[in-house]
Design a protein around this ligand. Structure first.
Ligand SMILES: [Zn+2]
Ligand SMILES: [Zn+2]
Length: 112
């Protein structure tokens, strides 16, 4: 007995939907999402001897966890703190307080 075309299309559609759903679920998982952000984000640091360096966030996380929470300078092994480049003059600006950026760049006085 031949299977009606409508049923065949319905089964095919169901397969596509199920495959699509699982693909979506795998790609949108919270772990993958965080890893993606860490892989793509570059963080900037400056050590006590004014060496400036940057690295992907995933590397800084690894180095920090190997060194008691401190990202050490690749040149002098000193401890460093995170800074960020001014979008205007590109100088490295210190965070104020806990991860807050200042209103104005201390170098070029432009609004951040
Ligand atoms: Zn250094
Ligand atoms: Zn600036």
């Amino acid at each position: 007995m031949p299977i009606p075309t409508g049923v065949k299309v319905g089964v095919l559609m169901a397969c596509v939907l199920v495959t699509g759903y699982f693909t979506y679920k795998n790609m949108a998982g919270p772990v993958n999402e965080n890893e993606e952000i860490l892989n793509n984000r570059i963080e900037y640091f400056r050590c006590g001897k004014n060496h400036e360096f940057n690295m992907p966030a995933k590397d800084s996380r690894r180095i920090a966890s190997d060194n008691g929470g401190v990202v050490v300078c690749p040149e002098c092994n000193g401890s460093s703190s995170e800074v960020f480049p001014c979008s205007n003059c590109k100088k490295m600006v210190d965070f104020v307080g806990h991860g807050m950026i200042p209103d104005k760049c201390p170098y070029c006085k432009q609004k951040m």
